[in-house]
Design a protein around this ligand. Structure first.
Ligand SMILES: Nc1ncnc2c1ncn2[C@@H]1O[C@H](COP(=O)(O)OP(=O)(O)OP(=O)(O)O)[C@@H](O)[C@H]1O
Length: 274
């Protein structure tokens, strides 16, 4: 499992983007990385992927320091993968099928197995219908599905999602949430960065709050979102279910269905009548 031990990262122009950041992905199964603009989330993801190397501190995978050579990274990226915020940064082939198959062919998997894994990944992400289409004709949301299909086909143990639902409509957002939950149910570790606190609250069980390049709090997700002063410092808002709990005194629920069930029970199901 991945651990970052007191890492700092300075870009070439001397911008210090991470300062003494420690995180441990053993702490939860769906882990949130939250913080306002410029807090350092993407930089941390790139360090966890080994795309950037900390300028100080160390990242460990299964208790051993990451190695930054080609052979190590080739193996590491089969175990740890990342869905970038912008699907165009992840899609290299002009055809959907070939793009999803790319990483599998690259590691030498025989074509028959490639086909089975690509088809399954395209089905899971709802992208099968456009598998023979040219990527440049796809909408943003469709490209996002293709990018996620590529990661699912790889079947890695740990998947990092950078802003997975940014710019997606509600139906597509729900589709991506379902995919993330399914990956987690299959035993994958997922790490999610997002500005959408309702999304984070509904999916994640543990989280880290980054502010001005440092981790200022971490803990179980309900505890994190109870810390008003920390959220304010990090330019974050409370999820609406937490606000309802704090301001209206109703119990704290993790999703709106549970709140609505509670409400209709309380009011003898009258609020369910349309
Ligand atoms: N390639 C780069 N060169 C120099 N500075 C950079 C580079 N990329 C990011 N930074 C700086 O590093 C800091 C952290 O940026 P980062 O993109 O990691 O934050 P973020 O939390 O992902 O922000 P956002 O939510 O806005 O995407 C910012 O000050 C940013 O300007």
């Amino acid at each position: 499992m991945i651990k970052a031990d007191n890492i700092s990262y300075k870009y070439k122009d001397h911008t210090l983007a991470l300062k003494d950041v420690s995180i441990d992905l053993n702490n939860g199964s769906k882990i949130a990385l939250i913080g306002g603009n410029g807090a350092g989330k993407s930089t941390l993801f790139l360090n966890l992927m080994g795309i950037l190397k900390p300028t100080q501190g160390c990242i460990y995978f299964n208790d051993k320091p990451l190695e930054y050579n080609k052979k190590y990274m080739y193996n590491y990226r089969q175990k740890v993968s990342m869905v970038f915020q912008d699907p165009d940064k992840q899609i290299f082939h002009s055809n959907v099928y070939d793009d999803v198959a790319f990483a599998l062919r690259n590691i030498g998997i025989e074509e028959e197995k490639v086909k089975a894994r690509v088809d399954e990944a395209l089905m899971k992400t709802g992208a099968y219908a456009f598998k023979d289409k040219a990527v440049h004709y796809l909408s943003y949301g469709q490209k996002k599905r293709v990018a996620i299909a590529g990661i699912i086909a790889l079947d890695s143990e740990i998947v990092l999602f950078d802003e997975p639902t940014a710019e997606l409509d509600p139906a597509m957002t729900k589709g991506i949430i379902d995919i993330i939950n399914k990956l987690s149910d299959e035993g994958k570790k997922v790490i999610i960065s997002s500005h959408d606190m309702d999304l984070i609250y509904s999916i994640c069980d543990y989280g880290y709050i980054l502010s001005d390049r440092e981790v200022i709090a971490n803990g179980p997700i309900e505890d994190l979102f109870s810390m008003d002063d920390i959220l304010m410092k990090a330019n974050l808002s409370q999820p609406w279910l937490m606000k309802v709990h704090k301001k209206m005194g109703v119990p704290l629920f993790r999703n709106e269905e549970s709140l609505f069930d509670y409400w209709s029970e309380l009011h003898g199901n009258s609020s369910n009548r349309s």
